[in-house]
Design a protein around this ligand. Structure first.
Ligand code: BTN
Length: 324
């Protein structure tokens, strides 16, 4: 029996209370062993009241991710079956790449309380203090290399749905992989690929979500375009529930991707905030302005230009100008 198991049982108790005898029975240990673990949880910063004839009740938790609480009863088939937790890391993506190269299993999730060198797209830095969510998942999909960009789209679908479910806010996706709430960025994805010409060896899908961070830690140029789940909801958002929901959504959509990639594109289209808009895309070829029409089978953005021609863009930064 671990402290984490007691925590999980207290959290899911319908009345809020569980007696020492009930906990002991469910875990197959003595009431004294339960009492010792309750005391250990209190030392870890959890507040647990003990009411005679009712039992124990969890009244406050430190804002910290507890790996055992994330995985208990998670029920995923692949994603999150192995969970690597670190209080602090340079970048969960970097650690996940190392673990992938050393043979870590498909679906292994790496989560950290904070990152000292979080990586964003296009070589940018990702500010990642504790209170946010930093997750990287090692994936070994049975897909051809040219379909690898669909993994990022799949991750964006899973992230937007998990954010909607866990925080109750209208999250949408801006191509290729920004998660927006009310027009501001709340999360982003960074995929790192290791592949042969015709087959993916492994991918690391990195997901960062601004959850309870204070926005004042951001460089001023980013602050206005960025939001957090706590700013959107007006209260702290439970990161354990968000992470559990995210792992479940990833597990589901990862399976869908390998069965029927079109289903992922359809879900992405339903959640996107880019298509149908007039956009400027800045990428390797400079800035292209046009109307975002679709994403193609390889995840590229299809733009119609004022000249009447159509172009597909594989990578870049999108600014939404207005409705087309
Ligand atoms: C972006 O630029 O929008 C992508 C941000 C991706 C950040 C996440 S946080 C977890 C993972 N580890 C990293 O170093 N980056 C990704």
């Amino acid at each position: 029996m671990s402290k984490d198991e007691i925590l999980r049982l207290l959290r899911v108790s319908t009345t809020g209370y569980l007696s020492g005898a009930e906990l002991a029975g469910k875990l197959g240990v003595s009431r004294t062993a339960v009492w010792k673990q309750i005391k250990a949880l209190e030392r870890d910063g959890f507040r647990i009241e003990a009411v005679p004839s009712k039992g124990y009740r969890l009244t406050a938790s430190p804002d910290r991710i507890v790996p055992g609480e994330v995985t208990a009863g998670l029920g995923t088939r692949v994603v999150g079956r192995e969970l690597v937790y670190r209080a602090e890391v340079v970048s969960t993506n970097t650690l996940a790449v190392e673990l992938a190269q050393a043979g870590a299993a498909d679906g292994t999730a790496v989560v950290a309380e904070s990152q000292t060198g979080g990586k964003g797209r296009l070589g940018r830095t990702w500010v990642s203090p504790s209170g946010n969510l930093a997750l990287s998942v090692i994936l070994r999909p049975a897909i051809p290399t040219h379909q690898a960009p669909l993994v990022t789209l799949m991750g964006a679908v899973a992230t937007a749905l998990a954010v909607r479910d866990a925080a109750g806010v209208p999250a949408g996706i801006k191509w290729p992989n920004d998660i927006l709430v009310n027009g501001r960025k709340v999360g982003g994805l960074l995929t790192e690929l290791s592949a042969e010409p015709d087959r993916v060896r492994h991918l690391v899908l990195g997901i960062g979500i601004n959850v309870n961070m204070d926005r004042s830690v951001l460089p001023s140029g980013f602050r206005d375009r960025t939001t957090t789940l706590s700013a959107e909801t007006g209260g702290k958002v439970d990161r354990t529930s968000l992470l559990r929901e995210l792992l479940r959504q990833l597990d589901h959509w990862y399976r869908r991707l390998q069965e029927d990639a079109a289903a992922v594109r359809e879900a992405w289209t339903g959640l996107n905030v880019t298509l149908g808009k007039r956009v400027a895309v800045s990428g390797a070829a400079g800035i292209i302005e046009g109307t975002a029409r679709a994403i193609d089978a390889e995840g590229r953005l299809v733009l119609s230009l004022d000249s009447g021609s159509t172009v597909q863009v594989a990578a870049g930064d999108v600014t939404i100008i207005k409705k087309a």
